[in-house]
Design a protein around this ligand. Sequence first.
Ligand SMILES: Nc1nc2c(ncn2[C@@H]2O[C@H](COP(=O)(O)OP(=O)(O)O)[C@@H](O)[C@H]2O)c(=O)[nH]1
Ligand SMILES: [Mg+2]
Length: 335
Amino acid sequence: MMAEETKENKSVYDLLEEEIMALDIPDSEKAKRLSRLIKVRNKKVNIMLTGSTGAGKSSTINALFNMNVAKVGVGVDPETSIIEKFTLDNLVVWDTPGLGDGVKSDERISHSILEKLSELDEDGNPLIDLVVVVIDSSSKDLGTSYDLINNILIPALGDDAKDRILIALNQADVAMKGTHWDEENNTPDEVLKEFLKKKADSVQKRIKDATGLSIRPIYYCAGYKEEGGEQRKPYNLPKLLYYIIKSVPKDKRLALADNINDEEDNWLHDDQEKDYKERIKLSFGETVWFCISDGFDTGAEIGSAILGIPGKIVGATVGAAVGAVKGVFVAIFDI
Ligand SMILES: Nc1nc2c(ncn2[C@@H]2O[C@H](COP(=O)(O)OP(=O)(O)O)[C@@H](O)[C@H]2O)c(=O)[nH]1
Ligand SMILES: [Mg+2]
């Protein structure tokens, strides 16, 4: 490792390794933690994005992660039934072609989605950890999305469906044809908020009536860049990310931590129902605690103690480990 390498250039795994090495604990304990860290370091997280063409799948990938490879808007080719794979270190995103461009292509795409969902990883667990269904909240006809969710995704995911599907209502800014968007604060006004909540209610109900599952959709805005024109910043991205992290097994979460988009502007505005940034930080802290530090052996007791006291250092070792994860977020989340 080069001396002049800055903190930002180091992976969260490198930072954790340094933290463990610097701890004042017996070598045997260090070795134990380092071997746990190696296990976590080898874990990949696989997320599938799906939804209708133009809903904003590519924009969402680009907004969330440092993954400027998913083409936005251009080159939509209904002939491609191949699911695109984007890999960034341990983060693997599967971008499915959009549905809704014709019966034949929908059949082909549905088939590829089902195939992908039935794949297993090397441990024999389902390869895809989470499916994010992106829906255009300005669209009145969500038939294609309901078909996808109710007839394909939920039956394919079976018992785990509720924990492995996120419904993401994108384009919140233009849900009412661009009206009621508070430009200055980059947030929906009360009228639009009410509209979006109703939209979420109705999507939730349609899925519940068809499948019995109750999944709460998250409305947000992936952002929008006009060629040479106005730049709309994302809204509610911290909320979307928080629910993504929560849906990912603890031992895989650092794969996300390492690849979050470091464009600060993407993380400025959310509905403030919860302190999402704090919760994001704590979700990563859980990984450190349960999968690398003592929590793994000694159970949830102390873990819940740190989680209950955000920001406070509970014992030097935990503090240091959580601190390493925090270091990654200082720039973005101003912790
Ligand atoms: N206004 C607005 N436009 C968006 C948003 N997200 C995506 N778009 C635009 O919608 C179009 C389709 O987006 P894209 O990401 O390519 O959709 P995909 O086909 O699902 O991958 C592009 O022109 C995007 O710039 C959003 O949150 N708000
Ligand atoms: Mg796309």
